[in-house]
Design a protein around this ligand. Structure first.
Ligand code: NAD
Ligand code: MG
Length: 396
């Protein structure tokens, strides 16, 4: 039997997708790319196909698929190019696939990620929005199918590394008191509050420590990213929201910590480079080279910690509120945030209006139980409609 693992990379043209392919390329004896997907940036997707020779590529629509198919055929590749959301699910659940990197951004990643989970794959989860939206349904599907879910988000990957192997018995049972979720505080950690009304998308996307896609960069600036991660941590580690404390740590060297009842606190450290959690999850339970430079503690010199200010970062409060409410509230929060962030990136609203939109959506739409994927998608659609109405009333 071949030892080569077949990998599907959903969102291959994005920041996480490219980092994943970088790690995979260092280990051709272990990994083979089975499928690559991309929504835009067709030229980049073509280049990636030429380099990794996948069996399948998936684009947004028939037109772009035909274009890519033509280019790949002309280059002598046998890659089959498919189009659309159903094809994303097909290449995730395909019987030949061993592991799926879920690195599509936002709600668009939910169904292909769930398809990988339901097919019992090893699922490397970067697409936190998928888990935030569908929470319990997602985790139940993991249990049912026997999928192996490994967190790629650096914080959750760190927590996973600091927990004992049998943490699924329950945090209390393995002696965990709380989880300390670190946050850089983003580019506006010290910006005078009044100036936040004027900040631009470029400023919001200029993250001090991490280079990431635009949506997650804005989420980091508003700290909604940490709010989504709080909800993500609750589902991944079966924690209650009060068991997860957010700690601002501007150097982004400690990627999170676990506090045990005996007073021990375990942390995972490393340079802020996503190739570390990606390599960890790809090879788990083994370790492989990721290409990340060794951590130089003498260069880091100091580690600082601060309590987050919820006046400055209202999104953190809103996310905690949604985590406590449960049901459809996290899906509403996520969808309202996606609409608001897109509007901010298009300069239709000011930065602090992101939180105002989410607040209004959460206040006007009661949380309901979510017992099916249909209910999750309905909550997502309602929140998008409400946020859209807000934009029509107040947006530019
Ligand atoms: P990105 O914007 O760089 O890439 C997103 C990818 O998704 C691209 O390949 C794009 O083509 C694809 N995509 C976008 N819309 C799509 C749609 N409607 N249908 C199908 N595909 C679509 O984003 P990123 O920074 O790589 O983040 C990806 C995910 O990983 C996000 O959920 C993010 O929160 C999470 N994450 C990212 C980082 C990071 O360092 N970048 C860290 C932790 C978690
Ligand atoms: Mg993170």
């Amino acid at each position: 039997m071949s030892q080569l693992q077949q990998i599907t990379v959903l969102g291959a043209t994005g920041s996480i997708g490219l980092s994943t392919l970088g790690v995979i390329a260092r280990h051709p004896e272990r990994y083979q790319v089975f499928a690559l997907t991309g929504f835009s940036r067709l030229r980049e997707l073509e280049q990636l196909c030429l380099k990794h020779c996948p069996q399948f590529a998936v684009t947004a629509d028939e037109h772009s698929a035909a274009q890519l198919q033509g280019a790949l055929r002309a280059a002598g590749l046998s890659t089959q190019v498919l189009a659309g959301a159903e094809a994303l699910c097909e290449v995730s659940a395909h019987p030949d696939v061993d592991a799926v990197m879920a690195a599509i951004v936002g709600a668009a990643g939910l169904q292909p990620t769930l398809a990988a989970v339901e097919a019992g794959k090893k699922v490397l989860l970067a697409n936190k929005e998928a888990l935030v939206m569908s929470g319990d349904l997602f985790i139940q599907a993991v249990r049912r199918s026997g999928a192996v879910l490994l967190p790629i988000d650096s914080e959750h990957n760190a927590i996973f590394q600091c927990l004992p192997g049998d943490y699924a018995r329950g945090l209390g049972a393995v002696g965990v008191r709380r989880i300390l979720l670190t946050a850089s505080g983003g580019p506006f950690r010290e910006t005078p509050l009044a100036e936040l009304e004027q900040v631009s998308p470029e400023q919001a996307c200029a993250h001090p420590n991490w280079s990431m896609g635009r949506k997650i960069s804005v989420d980091s600036a508003s700290m909604m990213n940490k709010g989504l991660e709080l909800i993500e941590a609750c589902w991944l580690f079966d924690a209650k929201p009060p068991q997860v404390e957010v700690v601002i740590h501007p150097q982004s060297v400690i990627h999170s910590l676990v506090d045990y009842v005996d007073g021990s606190v375990l942390a995972q450290l490393g340079n802020p480079d996503m190739r570390t959690p990606i390599a960890h999850a790809l090879a788990w339970p083994q370790r492989i080279d990721s290409g990340v430079a060794p951590l130089d503690l003498f260069a880091v010199a100091r580690l600082d910690f601060q309590r987050p200010d919820e006046q400055r970062f209202p999104c953190l409060r809103l996310a905690r509120q949604a985590a406590e409410a449960g049901g459809s509230a996290p899906a509403l929060l996520n969808a309202a945030n996606e609409v608001a962030v897109a509007a901010f990136l298009e300069r239709r609203i000011r930065f602090p209006e992101i939180a105002r939109i989410i607040d209004e959506v959460l206040n006007s739409e009661a949380s309901t139980a979510v017992e099916s994927l249909g209910a999750v998608l309905a909550a997502d659609a309602r929140a998008r409609a409400l946020a859209g109405e807000w934009l029509n009333r107040h947006g530019r």
